[in-house]
Write a protein that binds this ligand. Sequence first.
Ligand SMILES: Nc1ncnc2c1ncn2[C@@H]1O[C@H](COP(=O)(O)OP(=O)(O)O)[C@@H](O)[C@H]1O
Ligand SMILES: [Mg+2]
Length: 220
Amino acid sequence: MSCSLKLTNISYKINDEYLFENINFHLKHKDKIAIIGPNGVGKTTLLKIISGLKKAESGEIEIFHEKIVTEKDFERARKKIGFLFQNPDDQLILPNVKDDIAFGLFNLGFVKNTIQQKVENMINKLQINHLSNKITFKLSGGEKKLVALAGILVCEPDILLLDEPSAGLDNKSMERIGEIIKELDKTVLIVSHNLEFVKQITSKIYHLTQSGLHEVKNLK
Ligand SMILES: Nc1ncnc2c1ncn2[C@@H]1O[C@H](COP(=O)(O)OP(=O)(O)O)[C@@H](O)[C@H]1O
Ligand SMILES: [Mg+2]
């Protein structure tokens, strides 16, 4: 079975002190796993390391069997990765919701009609039609999260890194998003502090601590 993402002995330091040490895991193609842990343990930092937004102190990252070392490697790898940021304000760029969802597709070079069709389909899928003509920066936190997620899913990346995808969502949206992520035919790594949410979606859950990742057993 092919491997989408492999981390070997990834460590990260802040001011000479390890935030975490020796993170090891691999995600097979189309695996869905979650990493949980309390605030400040380094979940977001780990996703940033995988996507090249932060540099690890040591360790090795492989994406689709390619070692990711240089900035050029990360640039190439990032085309295969969709990263939902914890804070949607860091993600949303354009004032109009539809334009923002379309932005990634536009960058990928799709023609206008295809973009419109894909954006409409995603809006229907996420059931966010009521947001589609609104101004992004006036949305609530949860609404922003849904729009940011739409913009990422619409690009159909091979690997999804989702940082707290359920944060700020009401129960109905959370259920809907959970179902959509569960049905995705993609490799998914979810970072969350919501164990109940990730339990519904992922096959394996790890707990992040300073000394590494530990699998959470007995989930039922
Ligand atoms: N740029 C930075 N400079 C200094 N400390 C940082 C920086 N980014 C994150 N941290 C610290 O790293 C720790 C882990 O943060 P983060 O990865 O956001 O944790 P989590 O996502 O698990 O809540 C926190 O203690 C945070 O304050
Ligand atoms: Mg975080």
